[in-house]
Design a protein around this ligand. Structure first.
Ligand SMILES: NC(=O)c1ccc[n+]([C@@H]2O[C@H](COP(=O)([O-])OP(=O)(O)OC[C@H]3O[C@@H](n4cnc5c(N)ncnc54)[C@H](OP(=O)(O)O)[C@@H]3O)[C@@H](O)[C@H]2O)c1
Length: 320
């Protein structure tokens, strides 16, 4: 399997960015696309040079010409779409949020393991050079011992209950759409939480329009993670330590600059590599995993996805 022939489920915002970034992935091609609106699927297929446009999910999977499928439908569809692919024996890269809850996530993972088919959450940030560099600097104690991490992700999204951002059936709400990024930073860089508190504001239909999770990690450091649809925020992540500060600049979860400031206030900027949108790194990783016959990623394994989904469940349980 030299060239990975990709299929895509969904032809919306993120599918377009991901498909553009395929140009930066060696030995990968767009084979087929399906979306619920046939006209949009056809337009997408034409724009990105797909070899075929499928009439249904089953039609997409039935031809035997796919090495992997990228699931880019809203979160409320991920469980159903990923299971359809896995049951057909086709490896899956599934957008975040991976599922609506950990129960769905576990079913997807168990299906992949039972059928011995590759599955990975498309947590693209984990593969970005800027994230990897920041993680490396922190592990090398560039800021000394960790004291705190403060991350915000907010944009003003008008309340529109029919849109996937707000629709509870599709996993609407700030936590699953954007809150998982600040929480991913907190857990990936500082380790598990020892305790946390949640403050949130409800939209008229009950979903979370703003959510803030403040906690203490097992190592003793603190984190403050904010996600909101109510306002544009700085969208930065600031890690303070005993010897200085590391900032992931706006937008912290993308290909972004890092600023390392020492305790004398002297700063050094580490500029990001800007190539494509940055989705090519996760996609190339999946290709390499498949070529090596792996059933999950050694970098973002299914256990990490499940732990994150369980933590998101715990946060929702704490939302009273
Ligand atoms: N990794 C990232 O940086 C990133 C960024 C944005 C989004 N995402 C994730 O990607 C997923 C899609 O987000 P998006 O912004 O691309 O959404 P989007 O623009 O609304 O596109 C979603 C696609 O799924 C289709 N769709 C919507 N509801 C559906 C349903 N009930 N059944 C079947 N298909 C349906 C849409 O069709 P229509 O066009 O007909 O509505 C469209 O083809 C979400 O899970 C989101 O969290 C990830």
């Amino acid at each position: 399997m030299k060239t990975i022939r990709w299929g895509i489920l969904g032809a919306g915002h993120i599918a377009g960015k991901w498909a553009l970034d395929l140009a930066h992935v060696e030995d990968a091609t767009l084979q087929a696309v399906w979306a619920r609106n046939p006209a949009k699927a056809a337009e997408f297929g034409k724009s990105f040079g797909a070899n075929r446009v499928a009439n249904s999910v089953q039609d997409l999977l039935a031809e035997g010409d796919l090495d992997a499928v990228y699931v880019a439908t809203p979160h409320g569809r991920h469980h159903e779409d990923a299971l359809a692919c896995l049951e057909a024996g086709i490896p899956v890269l599934c957008e975040k949020a991976f599922a609506l809850d950990s129960r769905q996530a576990l079913e997807m993972i168990e299906c992949a393991r039972t059928r011995k088919v590759f599955l990975m959450e498309a947590l693209w940030t984990r593969f970005l050079p800027s994230f990897l560099e920041g993680k490396r600097l922190l592990e090398e104690k560039a800021v000394g011992q960790y004291l705190s991490i403060t991350t915000d992700f907010g944009f003003a999204a008008p309340y529109a209950p029919q849109s996937r951002l707000w629709d509870p059936q599709m996993g609407g709400g700030a936590l699953l759409d954007i809150g998982l990024y600040p929480l991913f930073f907190a857990r990936e860089l500082f380790g598990p939480f020892a305790e946390f508190k949640v403050e949130w504001i409800r939209a008229p239909n009950g979903v979370d329009r703003r959510i803030q999770v403040r906690g203490r990690h097992l190592g003793g450091a603190r984190s403050d993670s904010l996600a909101t649809f109510d306002e544009n925020t700085s969208c930065r992540s600031v890690i303070e330590g005993t010897l200085g500060t590391l900032t992931f600049e706006r937008m912290f979860h993308t290909q972004t600059d890092l600023v390392l400031t020492n305790s004398q206030g002297v700063s050094k900027r580490i500029e990001a590599i800007h190539q494509g949108h940055g989705y090519q790194y996760e996609t190339a990783h999946v290709g390499n995993c498949l070529r090596h016959g792996l059933l999950e990623s050694p970098i973002w394994p299914l256990s990490s996805t499940l732990e994150q989904m369980e933590f998101l469940d715990a946060i929702r349980q704490a939302m009273t």
